[in-house]
Design a protein around this ligand. Structure first.
Ligand code: GLN
Length: 491
Protein backbone atom coordinates (compact mmCIF):
# COMPACT_ATOMS: atom_id res chain seq x y z
CA UNK A 1 0.00 0.00 0.00
CA UNK A 2 1.35 3.43 -0.87
CA UNK A 3 1.03 5.90 1.97
CA UNK A 4 1.06 9.27 0.29
CA UNK A 5 -0.74 10.98 3.12
CA UNK A 6 -0.03 11.37 6.79
CA UNK A 7 -2.70 9.30 8.54
CA UNK A 8 -1.04 8.67 11.90
CA UNK A 9 -3.77 10.16 14.11
CA UNK A 10 -7.08 8.33 13.51
CA UNK A 11 -6.45 8.62 9.79
CA UNK A 12 -5.46 12.29 10.11
CA UNK A 13 -2.12 14.10 10.08
CA UNK A 14 -0.18 13.56 13.29
CA UNK A 15 -0.09 17.32 13.88
CA UNK A 16 -3.81 17.09 14.70
CA UNK A 17 -2.81 15.22 17.88
CA UNK A 18 -0.73 18.18 19.05
CA UNK A 19 -3.64 20.56 18.42
CA UNK A 20 -6.15 18.13 19.94
CA UNK A 21 -4.22 17.92 23.22
CA UNK A 22 -3.48 21.64 23.38
CA UNK A 23 -7.12 22.57 22.82
CA UNK A 24 -8.23 19.88 25.27
CA UNK A 25 -6.14 21.39 28.08
CA UNK A 26 -7.05 24.93 27.12
CA UNK A 27 -10.79 24.16 27.23
CA UNK A 28 -10.28 22.20 30.47
CA UNK A 29 -8.89 25.38 32.02
CA UNK A 30 -11.43 27.69 30.36
CA UNK A 31 -14.62 25.81 31.26
CA UNK A 32 -13.28 24.60 34.62
CA UNK A 33 -12.54 28.13 35.75
CA UNK A 34 -15.64 29.62 34.15
CA UNK A 35 -17.87 27.24 36.10
CA UNK A 36 -16.49 28.72 39.32
CA UNK A 37 -16.56 32.36 38.34
CA UNK A 38 -20.12 33.49 39.14
CA UNK A 39 -20.29 31.19 42.17
CA UNK A 40 -17.08 32.67 43.54
CA UNK A 41 -18.11 36.26 42.83
CA UNK A 42 -21.55 35.85 44.41
CA UNK A 43 -20.29 33.69 47.30
CA UNK A 44 -20.68 35.28 50.72
CA UNK A 45 -17.70 36.99 52.31
CA UNK A 46 -17.68 34.68 55.28
CA UNK A 47 -17.87 30.91 55.74
CA UNK A 48 -15.49 28.07 54.99
CA UNK A 49 -14.97 29.08 51.36
CA UNK A 50 -15.45 32.85 51.23
CA UNK A 51 -16.38 34.47 47.94
CA UNK A 52 -16.41 38.11 46.81
CA UNK A 53 -19.89 38.98 48.07
CA UNK A 54 -20.94 40.68 44.81
CA UNK A 55 -24.59 41.09 43.81
CA UNK A 56 -25.96 38.63 41.22
CA UNK A 57 -26.38 41.54 38.81
CA UNK A 58 -22.75 42.67 39.01
CA UNK A 59 -21.32 39.14 39.05
CA UNK A 60 -23.31 38.17 35.96
CA UNK A 61 -22.32 41.37 34.18
CA UNK A 62 -18.63 40.69 34.89
CA UNK A 63 -19.10 37.12 33.69
CA UNK A 64 -20.71 38.42 30.48
CA UNK A 65 -17.90 40.92 29.90
CA UNK A 66 -15.36 38.15 30.49
CA UNK A 67 -16.93 35.67 28.05
CA UNK A 68 -17.52 38.46 25.52
CA UNK A 69 -13.93 39.66 25.78
CA UNK A 70 -12.54 36.13 25.44
CA UNK A 71 -14.24 35.70 22.08
CA UNK A 72 -13.83 39.30 20.95
CA UNK A 73 -10.05 39.09 21.44
CA UNK A 74 -9.96 36.27 18.90
CA UNK A 75 -10.21 39.02 16.24
CA UNK A 76 -7.02 40.98 17.15
CA UNK A 77 -5.39 37.65 18.07
CA UNK A 78 -6.00 36.41 14.52
CA UNK A 79 -4.69 39.65 13.05
CA UNK A 80 -1.45 39.46 15.08
CA UNK A 81 -0.94 35.83 14.00
CA UNK A 82 -1.68 36.57 10.32
CA UNK A 83 0.61 39.56 10.10
CA UNK A 84 3.29 39.26 12.75
CA UNK A 85 3.71 36.05 14.71
CA UNK A 86 2.35 33.24 12.56
CA UNK A 87 -0.34 30.99 14.04
CA UNK A 88 1.98 28.48 15.71
CA UNK A 89 3.81 31.07 17.79
CA UNK A 90 0.59 32.92 18.63
CA UNK A 91 -0.85 29.69 20.07
CA UNK A 92 2.28 29.12 22.15
CA UNK A 93 2.30 32.64 23.53
CA UNK A 94 -1.44 32.48 24.17
CA UNK A 95 -1.18 29.19 26.06
CA UNK A 96 1.57 30.57 28.32
CA UNK A 97 -0.40 33.76 29.07
CA UNK A 98 -3.54 31.71 29.85
CA UNK A 99 -1.60 29.52 32.31
CA UNK A 100 -0.18 32.65 33.97
CA UNK A 101 -3.71 34.05 34.21
CA UNK A 102 -5.07 30.99 35.99
CA UNK A 103 -2.10 30.94 38.37
CA UNK A 104 -2.75 34.60 39.12
CA UNK A 105 -6.37 33.74 39.95
CA UNK A 106 -5.06 31.03 42.26
CA UNK A 107 -3.46 33.68 44.51
CA UNK A 108 -6.01 33.96 47.30
CA UNK A 109 -6.38 37.73 47.31
CA UNK A 110 -9.00 39.80 45.58
CA UNK A 111 -6.63 42.41 44.18
CA UNK A 112 -5.19 40.03 41.60
CA UNK A 113 -8.57 38.63 40.52
CA UNK A 114 -9.16 41.01 37.62
CA UNK A 115 -5.55 40.81 36.50
CA UNK A 116 -5.95 37.02 36.27
CA UNK A 117 -9.14 37.36 34.20
CA UNK A 118 -7.49 39.87 31.87
CA UNK A 119 -4.53 37.53 31.27
CA UNK A 120 -6.86 34.64 30.43
CA UNK A 121 -8.76 36.90 28.02
CA UNK A 122 -5.59 38.04 26.24
CA UNK A 123 -4.13 34.55 26.06
CA UNK A 124 -7.34 33.01 24.75
CA UNK A 125 -7.49 35.72 22.10
CA UNK A 126 -4.13 34.51 20.82
CA UNK A 127 -4.94 30.82 21.09
CA UNK A 128 -8.57 29.97 20.35
CA UNK A 129 -9.10 31.23 16.81
CA UNK A 130 -5.55 30.55 15.67
CA UNK A 131 -5.54 26.93 16.76
CA UNK A 132 -8.79 26.44 14.82
CA UNK A 133 -7.11 27.96 11.77
CA UNK A 134 -4.09 25.62 12.04
CA UNK A 135 -6.47 22.63 12.03
CA UNK A 136 -7.61 23.70 8.56
CA UNK A 137 -4.06 24.24 7.30
CA UNK A 138 -3.02 20.68 8.15
CA UNK A 139 -4.87 19.62 4.99
CA UNK A 140 -4.33 20.41 1.34
CA UNK A 141 -7.13 22.39 -0.33
CA UNK A 142 -8.91 19.41 -1.80
CA UNK A 143 -8.42 17.05 1.16
CA UNK A 144 -11.78 15.48 2.05
CA UNK A 145 -10.68 14.89 5.62
CA UNK A 146 -10.89 18.53 6.70
CA UNK A 147 -14.51 18.39 7.95
CA UNK A 148 -13.92 15.24 9.96
CA UNK A 149 -10.69 16.83 11.26
CA UNK A 150 -12.83 19.62 12.70
CA UNK A 151 -15.20 17.05 14.19
CA UNK A 152 -12.31 15.31 15.98
CA UNK A 153 -11.12 18.72 17.14
CA UNK A 154 -14.63 19.47 18.50
CA UNK A 155 -14.31 16.29 20.58
CA UNK A 156 -11.15 17.62 22.20
CA UNK A 157 -13.10 20.70 23.29
CA UNK A 158 -15.66 18.55 25.02
CA UNK A 159 -13.24 16.08 26.59
CA UNK A 160 -11.37 19.10 27.93
CA UNK A 161 -14.45 20.75 29.39
CA UNK A 162 -15.53 17.48 31.05
CA UNK A 163 -12.15 17.31 32.79
CA UNK A 164 -12.43 20.97 33.74
CA UNK A 165 -15.87 20.66 35.35
CA UNK A 166 -14.84 17.46 37.10
CA UNK A 167 -11.59 18.68 38.62
CA UNK A 168 -11.95 22.45 39.01
CA UNK A 169 -15.52 22.35 40.35
CA UNK A 170 -14.63 19.70 42.91
CA UNK A 171 -11.51 21.47 44.16
CA UNK A 172 -12.98 24.97 43.90
CA UNK A 173 -16.29 24.28 45.59
CA UNK A 174 -15.29 21.63 48.11
CA UNK A 175 -11.77 22.70 49.10
CA UNK A 176 -11.35 26.35 48.16
CA UNK A 177 -12.04 28.52 45.09
CA UNK A 178 -8.38 29.24 44.52
CA UNK A 179 -7.49 25.54 44.36
CA UNK A 180 -9.98 25.25 41.52
CA UNK A 181 -8.39 28.21 39.72
CA UNK A 182 -4.94 26.74 40.35
CA UNK A 183 -6.03 23.39 38.88
CA UNK A 184 -7.05 25.22 35.71
CA UNK A 185 -3.52 26.66 35.60
CA UNK A 186 -1.95 23.22 36.06
CA UNK A 187 -4.10 21.87 33.22
CA UNK A 188 -3.04 24.67 30.89
CA UNK A 189 0.60 24.11 31.92
CA UNK A 190 0.27 20.46 30.74
CA UNK A 191 -1.02 21.88 27.48
CA UNK A 192 1.95 24.23 27.15
CA UNK A 193 4.38 21.40 27.93
CA UNK A 194 3.00 19.06 25.30
CA UNK A 195 2.67 21.86 22.70
CA UNK A 196 6.32 22.80 23.13
CA UNK A 197 7.39 19.15 22.82
CA UNK A 198 5.20 18.23 19.86
CA UNK A 199 4.85 21.49 17.95
CA UNK A 200 7.34 20.22 15.36
CA UNK A 201 4.70 17.68 14.25
CA UNK A 202 2.72 20.55 12.75
CA UNK A 203 5.41 21.04 10.11
CA UNK A 204 4.87 24.35 8.41
CA UNK A 205 1.09 24.49 8.99
CA UNK A 206 0.47 27.96 10.41
CA UNK A 207 4.19 28.52 10.88
CA UNK A 208 4.75 31.77 9.03
CA UNK A 209 2.79 35.01 8.96
CA UNK A 210 1.52 36.36 5.62
CA UNK A 211 4.14 37.41 3.09
CA UNK A 212 4.72 41.14 2.95
CA UNK A 213 7.49 43.67 2.48
CA UNK A 214 9.82 43.95 5.48
CA UNK A 215 9.13 47.67 5.73
CA UNK A 216 5.37 47.06 5.89
CA UNK A 217 5.82 44.39 8.57
CA UNK A 218 8.05 46.73 10.59
CA UNK A 219 5.41 49.43 10.48
CA UNK A 220 2.65 46.98 11.54
CA UNK A 221 4.84 45.83 14.43
CA UNK A 222 5.43 49.35 15.58
CA UNK A 223 1.67 50.13 15.44
CA UNK A 224 0.95 46.96 17.37
CA UNK A 225 3.48 47.87 20.05
CA UNK A 226 1.93 51.31 20.46
CA UNK A 227 -1.56 49.84 20.71
CA UNK A 228 -0.36 47.34 23.31
CA UNK A 229 1.21 50.11 25.40
CA UNK A 230 -2.05 52.06 25.25
CA UNK A 231 -4.02 48.95 26.19
CA UNK A 232 -1.77 48.23 29.17
CA UNK A 233 -2.11 51.83 30.38
CA UNK A 234 -5.91 51.57 30.26
CA UNK A 235 -5.81 48.15 31.99
CA UNK A 236 -3.42 49.55 34.65
CA UNK A 237 -5.68 52.54 35.32
CA UNK A 238 -8.63 50.20 35.70
CA UNK A 239 -6.80 47.76 37.97
CA UNK A 240 -5.59 50.53 40.27
CA UNK A 241 -9.08 51.92 40.49
CA UNK A 242 -8.23 55.18 38.73
CA UNK A 243 -11.09 54.70 36.31
CA UNK A 244 -14.21 53.35 37.92
CA UNK A 245 -16.29 50.88 35.98
CA UNK A 246 -19.90 49.92 36.61
CA UNK A 247 -19.99 46.32 35.33
CA UNK A 248 -23.60 46.48 34.22
CA UNK A 249 -23.20 49.71 32.25
CA UNK A 250 -19.94 48.46 30.77
CA UNK A 251 -21.54 45.17 29.72
CA UNK A 252 -24.45 46.96 28.04
CA UNK A 253 -22.15 49.28 26.10
CA UNK A 254 -19.89 46.41 25.20
CA UNK A 255 -22.87 44.54 23.71
CA UNK A 256 -23.71 47.60 21.55
CA UNK A 257 -20.07 47.98 20.58
CA UNK A 258 -19.77 44.36 19.45
CA UNK A 259 -23.01 44.55 17.48
CA UNK A 260 -21.89 47.74 15.73
CA UNK A 261 -18.45 46.29 14.92
CA UNK A 262 -19.97 43.12 13.47
CA UNK A 263 -22.66 45.07 11.55
CA UNK A 264 -20.13 47.54 10.15
CA UNK A 265 -17.86 44.72 9.08
CA UNK A 266 -20.62 42.90 7.22
CA UNK A 267 -21.63 46.16 5.51
CA UNK A 268 -18.01 46.83 4.54
CA UNK A 269 -17.60 43.36 3.09
CA UNK A 270 -20.89 43.52 1.24
CA UNK A 271 -20.54 46.97 -0.21
CA UNK A 272 -16.90 47.87 -0.40
CA UNK A 273 -14.70 44.78 -0.51
CA UNK A 274 -15.06 44.08 -4.22
CA UNK A 275 -16.98 40.81 -3.83
CA UNK A 276 -18.71 39.29 -6.84
CA UNK A 277 -22.42 38.52 -6.75
CA UNK A 278 -22.11 34.89 -5.65
CA UNK A 279 -19.73 35.88 -2.85
CA UNK A 280 -22.23 38.52 -1.79
CA UNK A 281 -25.00 35.97 -1.72
CA UNK A 282 -22.88 33.68 0.48
CA UNK A 283 -22.10 36.62 2.75
CA UNK A 284 -25.81 37.28 3.26
CA UNK A 285 -26.22 33.64 4.22
CA UNK A 286 -23.38 33.92 6.74
CA UNK A 287 -24.93 37.11 8.15
CA UNK A 288 -28.18 35.27 8.78
CA UNK A 289 -26.27 32.43 10.46
CA UNK A 290 -24.37 34.98 12.53
CA UNK A 291 -27.60 36.34 14.04
CA UNK A 292 -28.82 32.83 14.81
CA UNK A 293 -25.51 31.92 16.48
CA UNK A 294 -25.37 35.07 18.64
CA UNK A 295 -28.91 34.40 19.89
CA UNK A 296 -28.11 30.76 20.53
CA UNK A 297 -24.99 31.46 22.64
CA UNK A 298 -26.93 34.02 24.72
CA UNK A 299 -28.86 31.08 26.14
CA UNK A 300 -26.14 28.47 26.04
CA UNK A 301 -23.64 30.52 28.03
CA UNK A 302 -26.08 30.93 30.90
CA UNK A 303 -24.99 27.47 32.05
CA UNK A 304 -22.35 29.15 34.19
CA UNK A 305 -24.53 32.14 35.16
CA UNK A 306 -28.29 31.96 35.86
CA UNK A 307 -28.48 28.17 35.54
CA UNK A 308 -25.55 27.73 37.90
CA UNK A 309 -27.25 29.97 40.46
CA UNK A 310 -30.46 27.97 40.04
CA UNK A 311 -28.46 24.77 40.59
CA UNK A 312 -26.89 26.19 43.75
CA UNK A 313 -29.98 27.74 45.34
CA UNK A 314 -32.93 25.67 44.23
CA UNK A 315 -31.70 22.22 43.15
CA UNK A 316 -31.17 19.10 45.23
CA UNK A 317 -27.62 18.07 44.42
CA UNK A 318 -27.37 14.98 46.58
CA UNK A 319 -26.66 11.58 45.09
CA UNK A 320 -26.60 8.70 47.59
CA UNK A 321 -25.75 11.06 50.43
CA UNK A 322 -22.98 12.90 48.55
CA UNK A 323 -23.62 16.52 47.58
CA UNK A 324 -22.11 16.89 44.14
CA UNK A 325 -20.35 20.13 43.20
CA UNK A 326 -22.67 22.55 41.39
CA UNK A 327 -20.38 22.59 38.34
CA UNK A 328 -20.72 18.84 37.87
CA UNK A 329 -24.20 19.28 36.39
CA UNK A 330 -22.56 21.15 33.53
CA UNK A 331 -20.64 18.18 32.28
CA UNK A 332 -23.93 16.89 31.02
CA UNK A 333 -23.27 19.12 28.00
CA UNK A 334 -19.89 17.74 26.84
CA UNK A 335 -20.92 14.17 27.62
CA UNK A 336 -24.07 14.59 25.54
CA UNK A 337 -22.00 16.19 22.75
CA UNK A 338 -19.64 13.24 22.56
CA UNK A 339 -22.59 10.81 22.66
CA UNK A 340 -24.84 12.54 20.15
CA UNK A 341 -22.36 14.07 17.69
CA UNK A 342 -22.04 10.85 15.64
CA UNK A 343 -25.83 10.39 15.70
CA UNK A 344 -26.42 13.93 14.40
CA UNK A 345 -23.73 13.48 11.75
CA UNK A 346 -25.50 10.25 10.74
CA UNK A 347 -28.90 11.96 10.57
CA UNK A 348 -27.60 14.77 8.32
CA UNK A 349 -25.81 12.24 6.10
CA UNK A 350 -28.94 10.10 5.85
CA UNK A 351 -31.14 13.09 5.01
CA UNK A 352 -28.47 14.17 2.53
CA UNK A 353 -28.71 10.83 0.73
CA UNK A 354 -32.46 11.30 0.43
CA UNK A 355 -31.86 14.82 -0.83
CA UNK A 356 -33.60 16.21 2.24
CA UNK A 357 -30.64 17.65 4.12
CA UNK A 358 -31.98 20.83 5.80
CA UNK A 359 -30.42 24.06 4.57
CA UNK A 360 -28.04 25.91 6.91
CA UNK A 361 -30.57 28.53 8.14
CA UNK A 362 -33.02 25.72 8.79
CA UNK A 363 -30.46 23.84 10.89
CA UNK A 364 -29.79 27.01 12.85
CA UNK A 365 -33.53 27.46 13.35
CA UNK A 366 -33.66 23.90 14.71
CA UNK A 367 -30.81 24.85 17.09
CA UNK A 368 -32.81 27.82 18.36
CA UNK A 369 -36.01 25.82 18.75
CA UNK A 370 -34.11 23.38 20.97
CA UNK A 371 -32.78 26.35 22.94
CA UNK A 372 -36.35 27.67 23.37
CA UNK A 373 -37.53 24.21 24.48
CA UNK A 374 -34.70 24.01 27.02
CA UNK A 375 -35.87 27.23 28.65
CA UNK A 376 -39.50 26.07 28.58
CA UNK A 377 -38.29 23.17 30.74
CA UNK A 378 -36.57 25.68 33.02
CA UNK A 379 -39.71 27.81 33.35
CA UNK A 380 -41.51 24.67 34.47
CA UNK A 381 -38.71 23.87 36.94
CA UNK A 382 -38.87 27.42 38.30
CA UNK A 383 -42.62 27.07 38.84
CA UNK A 384 -42.01 23.85 40.76
CA UNK A 385 -39.28 25.52 42.81
CA UNK A 386 -41.65 28.35 43.70
CA UNK A 387 -44.00 25.83 45.23
CA UNK A 388 -41.33 23.79 46.94
CA UNK A 389 -37.57 23.98 46.55
CA UNK A 390 -35.20 22.29 46.06
CA UNK A 391 -36.27 20.52 42.89
CA UNK A 392 -34.61 17.44 41.41
CA UNK A 393 -31.55 17.80 39.19
CA UNK A 394 -33.32 16.14 36.25
CA UNK A 395 -34.69 19.53 35.11
CA UNK A 396 -31.27 21.00 34.57
CA UNK A 397 -30.08 17.76 32.95
CA UNK A 398 -33.00 17.79 30.48
CA UNK A 399 -32.30 21.47 29.82
CA UNK A 400 -28.67 20.70 29.01
CA UNK A 401 -29.69 17.76 26.83
CA UNK A 402 -31.96 19.98 24.73
CA UNK A 403 -29.29 22.69 24.53
CA UNK A 404 -26.74 20.13 23.38
CA UNK A 405 -29.04 18.94 20.61
CA UNK A 406 -29.36 22.58 19.62
CA UNK A 407 -25.59 23.01 19.74
CA UNK A 408 -25.09 20.03 17.47
CA UNK A 409 -27.52 21.47 14.92
CA UNK A 410 -25.61 24.74 14.89
CA UNK A 411 -22.07 24.94 16.20
CA UNK A 412 -19.93 22.40 14.29
CA UNK A 413 -21.98 23.18 11.18
CA UNK A 414 -21.47 26.92 11.60
CA UNK A 415 -17.73 26.50 11.80
CA UNK A 416 -17.55 24.54 8.57
CA UNK A 417 -20.07 26.89 6.88
CA UNK A 418 -17.81 29.83 7.64
CA UNK A 419 -14.83 27.96 6.22
CA UNK A 420 -16.80 26.98 3.11
CA UNK A 421 -18.79 30.11 2.21
CA UNK A 422 -16.42 32.89 3.27
CA UNK A 423 -14.81 34.93 0.52
CA UNK A 424 -11.37 33.28 0.27
CA UNK A 425 -9.41 36.51 0.66
CA UNK A 426 -11.11 37.24 3.96
CA UNK A 427 -11.08 33.75 5.46
CA UNK A 428 -9.13 34.55 8.66
CA UNK A 429 -11.27 37.55 9.44
CA UNK A 430 -14.47 35.64 8.75
CA UNK A 431 -13.46 33.13 11.44
CA UNK A 432 -13.06 36.17 13.68
CA UNK A 433 -16.64 37.13 12.82
CA UNK A 434 -17.88 33.66 13.72
CA UNK A 435 -16.35 34.10 17.16
CA UNK A 436 -17.83 37.63 17.40
CA UNK A 437 -21.23 35.92 17.40
CA UNK A 438 -20.02 33.99 20.47
CA UNK A 439 -18.82 37.27 21.99
CA UNK A 440 -22.22 38.94 21.56
CA UNK A 441 -23.93 35.82 22.90
CA UNK A 442 -21.59 35.76 25.90
CA UNK A 443 -22.29 39.37 26.95
CA UNK A 444 -26.02 38.89 26.45
CA UNK A 445 -25.83 35.73 28.58
CA UNK A 446 -24.32 37.82 31.39
CA UNK A 447 -26.90 40.59 31.04
CA UNK A 448 -29.90 38.24 30.78
CA UNK A 449 -28.49 36.02 33.54
CA UNK A 450 -28.20 39.11 35.78
CA UNK A 451 -31.77 40.21 35.04
CA UNK A 452 -33.03 36.69 35.67
CA UNK A 453 -31.40 36.28 39.07
CA UNK A 454 -31.64 39.79 40.47
CA UNK A 455 -34.75 39.05 42.52
CA UNK A 456 -34.49 35.36 43.37
CA UNK A 457 -37.03 33.13 41.65
CA UNK A 458 -39.42 36.02 40.95
CA UNK A 459 -37.28 37.49 38.24
CA UNK A 460 -36.37 34.20 36.54
CA UNK A 461 -39.67 33.39 34.92
CA UNK A 462 -40.30 36.69 33.09
CA UNK A 463 -36.75 36.79 31.71
CA UNK A 464 -36.73 33.17 30.59
CA UNK A 465 -40.17 33.65 29.00
CA UNK A 466 -38.88 36.70 27.14
CA UNK A 467 -35.90 34.65 25.92
CA UNK A 468 -38.12 31.82 24.72
CA UNK A 469 -40.09 34.35 22.69
CA UNK A 470 -37.07 35.89 21.07
CA UNK A 471 -35.57 32.50 20.18
CA UNK A 472 -38.82 31.52 18.50
CA UNK A 473 -39.05 34.82 16.60
CA UNK A 474 -35.48 34.49 15.31
CA UNK A 475 -36.07 30.82 14.46
CA UNK A 476 -39.14 31.78 12.41
CA UNK A 477 -37.13 34.52 10.67
CA UNK A 478 -34.45 31.93 9.83
CA UNK A 479 -37.05 29.55 8.41
CA UNK A 480 -38.41 32.35 6.21
CA UNK A 481 -34.85 33.16 5.07
CA UNK A 482 -34.21 29.48 4.33
CA UNK A 483 -37.31 29.51 2.13
CA UNK A 484 -36.27 32.71 0.36
CA UNK A 485 -32.73 31.44 -0.28
CA UNK A 486 -34.15 28.24 -1.71
CA UNK A 487 -36.60 30.10 -3.92
CA UNK A 488 -33.84 32.31 -5.25
CA UNK A 489 -31.70 29.29 -5.98
CA UNK A 490 -34.41 27.48 -7.91
CA UNK A 491 -35.49 30.59 -9.89
N1 GLN B 1 -18.21 24.86 22.90
C1 GLN B 1 -17.45 25.44 21.85
C2 GLN B 1 -16.07 25.82 22.31
O1 GLN B 1 -15.82 25.90 23.48
C3 GLN B 1 -18.13 26.67 21.24
C4 GLN B 1 -18.26 27.79 22.18
C5 GLN B 1 -18.64 29.10 21.52
O2 GLN B 1 -18.33 29.39 20.37
N2 GLN B 1 -19.32 29.95 22.24
O3 GLN B 1 -15.21 26.03 21.51
Amino acid sequence: MIMDKDTAFFGHPIGLRTLFLTEMWERMSYYGMRALLVLYMTGSLTGFNPGMGLSAMDANAIYGIYVGMVYFMVVPGGWIADNILGHQKAVLLGAIIIALGHFTLAIPIEQTFFLGLILVVLGTGLLKGNISTIVGSLYRDNDQRRDSGYTIFYMSINIGSTLGFLICSYLGEKIGWHYGFGAAGVGMAFGVYQYINYRHLLGDAGLNPNDMLDSRRASLISWTKRSLVLMFIVIGLGLFGLISIDPRVFAENFAYFLTIVAGAYFIYLYGFAGLNSSEKKNLLLLFVLFIGAAAFWSGFDQSASSLSIFARDYTDLSIAGFIIPIGWLQFANPIFVVTFAPIFAGIWAHLGRMNMDPSLPLKFAIGLIFMALSFIVMVYAVKLAMVSAPVGMQWLLITYLLQTWGELALSPIGLSAFSKYSPKKYMGQMFGLWFLASAIGGVLAGLLGGDATVDGLNSVQPIFTFMIQYYVVIAIALIVMAYLFKKKESS
